[in-house]
Design a protein around this ligand. Structure first.
Ligand code: FO1
Length: 322
């Protein structure tokens, strides 16, 4: 079994690559829900939807969110009515948000709704939210504290970020299936996907018990850098790093995961970073443009995890000795 921690479009791409190079039923994707919000009376879970649409082959690869087979009559009509249209909701996408909202209001958990939608889409990997409790990423900027989608979409990541908080994380319980998978004897690796560390991965790590469970995990934890040559593939990762006073590099991301990381996959362009990274480094092409790229990177990650497992069996130094 493989666990992949995912958020945003980079995470979904590698999750898809993994699902195509291993038995998909052996893949568990744990998804960030810090981007979730209530909008137009709807409960919206963008990172879950990006992973679900991507695994279902429905994702809009140009936009990086929503569906490719979309129409926009709802948005056009809402605009004509003077409604809020800064967060764009396609007609087919709307059906998912309306049905999720109905089921949550009827008392179903987010993970139960997600599992039901995955069944309907014929998705074979297991997709689970990091928690069924509410966690909301907020960012402190020169305009004060902003909710995540207000920052990310409405203000197009322009405000300067000085702090992040994951509201509710302290009281959230990690999803039991996630915790059980981390101690499952068949677990072969935990893959931290090339997602934004601050807004996609650290909300997951901020849930009490998660970081400790990853340190205690006997399977190797291996991350893929979301930064290539000082730039993020997509989104505000590098900009946020600079604003938070950090060097926007692959090494900086590895340092943030220091206590849990055994392996790290960085792009050939970042070879000079190898010496500053205290994990077993694999060089690869980490930019995923084609389906072959997604599969090739997934294979490299799984092979690197297999090497780490073999070294573990031979008793080679692991993170716990650090
Ligand atoms: N991102 C945008 O930049 N503009 C949008 O209008 C937008 C709409 C949207 C609708 C549904 C959905 O699931 C995601 C959507 N996203 C949009 C992306 C979303 O803000 C991001 O996927 C995550 O929150 C960060 O990865």
């Amino acid at each position: 079994m493989i666990i992949a921690l995912s958020g945003g479009v980079g995470g979904a791409k590698l999750a898809l690559g993994l699902s195509r190079v291993m038995p998909p039923e052996d893949l568990t994707v744990v998804v960030n829900t810090g981007d979730d919000f209530e909008h137009l009376g709807l409960s919206i879970s963008p990172d879950i939807d990006t992973v679900t649409y991507t695994l279902a082959g429905l994702a809009n690869r140009e936009l990086g969110w929503g569906r490719y087979d979309e129409t926009w009559s709802f948005m056009e009509t809402l605009d004509a009515l003077g409604g809020e249209t800064w967060f764009r909701l396609g007609d087919r996408d709307m059906a998912l948000h309306v049905e999720r909202t109905r089921r949550l209001k009827a008392g179903e958990s987010l993970s139960a709704v997600t599992a039901a939608f995955c069944r309907q889409f014929g998705i074979r990997p297991r997709v689970i939210p990091m928690t069924d409790d509410p966690v909301r990423t907020r960012l402190l900027t020169e305009s004060g504290w902003l909710d995540f989608q207000e920052y990310f979409v409405h203000r197009r990541c322009e405000p300067v970020v000085s702090q992040l908080q994951f509201q509710g994380a302290g009281a959230a319980r990690p999803h039991p299936a996630f915790m059980a998978a981390l101690t499952d004897p068949s677990l072969e690796a935990v893959v931290i996907c090339p997602s934004n560390p601050f807004i996609s991965v650290e909300p997951i790590l901020a849930i009490p018990g998660v970081r400790q469970a990853l340190v205690a995990c006997t399977a190797p934890v291996i991350a893929v850098s979301p930064i290539i040559a000082g730039k993020a593939v997509k989104g505000p990762t590098a900009k946020m790093m600079s604003e938070l006073g950090l060097d926007p590099s692959a090494g900086t991301v590895a340092h943030r995961y220091q206590d849990i990381l055994d392996g790290y996959v960085i792009d050939h362009a970042d070879m000079s970073e190898v010496v500053s990274i205290d994990a077993r480094v694999t060089l690869a092409q980490t930019l995923m443009t084609t389906m072959e790229d997604r599969e090739a990177l997934a294979r490299i990650v799984l092979d690197a995890a297999a090497v780490l497992r073999r070294r573990e069996m031979r008793g080679v130094r692991q993170r716990a000795d650090r």
